[in-house]
Design a protein around this ligand. Structure first.
Ligand code: G6P
Length: 369
């Protein structure tokens, strides 16, 4: 096992550090920005269905559902197709309105999640086209769906999903760019620019991993808190959910993720000097709004720890701690911004003596409903 961990103390840490490579593996052979090439083999026979879909329904559980939320923003922004993101467990029991004009994307690391499989069967029986985004080759979901793309992240052993999440977003981002280009909603020059930006992500994730020492320091300071809040807007809202989930899963600290603007409709009541609030505040179209949300937390004496874009000055001036990550297009920010949050939950869990790779009560793949 020590050999399998490749010198890391835990699989989770190894998998966090593998992300520059796993994302590159996921993009390899599919994306070549220089020639403007973007090919997803799995889509080839279903491109017509995809392009003419009146709606995209994404279904998944857990971290994969968070990747689905990022995809909602991607598909709507670039391809202008309405998207619904559904918890598989709710979708399957709701008698949902779904039919032949829907393109259903099922996301699953393991490819074995019972609820996701059942949601697929249901949508299939109603005539929808089902596309899988899975990591485990030959697992049940890829065998049940009409078509799909593997994430090629390699085996993920840690129960808390890390590299599978970033690989899922990478596949979904390629799908959204392809669809936008084909549908003509994404002009060629912008499309090419985004391909270059996506191609640069592995290098930026490598940079983001360099925050590790700073994060250890922050982990030391907050390892004994009982609650934590994670806030972000736009593309970073799902990152807030994922950051909170990572902390809950492996350190057993109660954490909630919220869209930053929703804070005033509830969570703000929880803020006092004991409450750490993790903001994902990278430079994007909602940056100024996030800055004012940070001010609202500071005015109530909350502690603010913010993931910001390199060179940031505004948040730096008001936050208790900042973690800098490289700039990228806002649509790809989740791929970079989630990395320090993964590291933070890892270090806090280790400092609390938790079993990081096999947290209590959780399973890597949930094959029962
Ligand atoms: C379990 C795992 C999570 C995972 C979820 C969905 O809860 O502990 O890490 O996100 O299942 O799994 P899937 O394999 O379908 O992505």
């Amino acid at each position: 096992e020590a050999i399998e961990k490749g010198g890391y103390d835990h699989f989770m840490l190894k998998e966090i550090y593998e992300q520059p490579k796993s994302i590159a593996d996921c993009l390899r052979g599919r994306l070549d920005a220089k020639s403007g090439r973007l090919v997803l083999g799995g889509l080839r026979d279903y491109m017509n269905k995809f392009q003419n879909a009146e709606r995209i329904i994404i279904t998944a559980c857990g971290t994969s559902w968070h990747a689905g939320l990022v995809a909602e923003y991607l598909f709507e922004e670039f391809a202008r197709v309405p998207v619904e993101v559904e918890y598989a467990s709710e979708f399957r029991y709701r008698n949902p309105v779904v039919g032949e004009k829907d393109f259903v994307i099922a996301i699953s690391q393991s490819g074995e999640t019972a609820d996701t499989l059942a949601a697929i069967e249901l949508a299939k029986s109603k005539g929808a086209t089902i596309f899988g985004v899975c990591n485990v080759v030959g697992s049940s979901i890829p065998r049940t769906t009409h078509a799909g793309s593997y994430t090629h992240a390699g085996p993920e052993i840690g129960v808390a999903s890390t590299k599978a999440f970033t690989a899922q977003i990478s596949v979904l981002a390629m799908m959204a760019l392809k669809l936008g280009y084909q549908r003509g909603t994404l002009p060629e020059s912008k499309y090419i620019q985004l391909l270059h930006e996506l191609e640069a992500i592995p290098g930026k994730v490598e940079q983001a991993l360099k925050t590790n020492d700073a994060i250890k320091y922050i982990a030391e300071e907050y390892k004994n808190v009982r609650n934590a809040l994670y806030l972000g807007r736009g593309y970073n809202f799902p990152v807030a959910l994922e950051g909170a989930l990572k902390l809950k899963e492996i350190s057993y600290i109660h954490a909630e993720g919220y869209p930053a603007a929703e804070m005033k409709h509830g969570p703000i009541a929880l803020i006092d000097e004991e409450m750490p609030v993790f903001f994902i505040a990278t430079k994007d179209s909602s940056y100024e709004k996030v800055v004012s949300n940070i001010q609202e937390v500071k005015a109530r004496k909350g502690k603010v720890i913010a993931v910001v874009t390199e060179g940031d000055t505004q948040v730096k001036a008001i936050a208790d701690h900042v973690i800098e990550v490289p700039a990228t297009h806002e649509a790809f920010a989740p791929l970079v911004a989630v990395v320090p949050l993964q590291l933070l939950s890892y270090h806090i869990a280790v400092m609390r003596g938790c079993n990081v790779d096999q947290p209590r009560n959780l399973a890597k793949s949930v094959t029962v409903e």
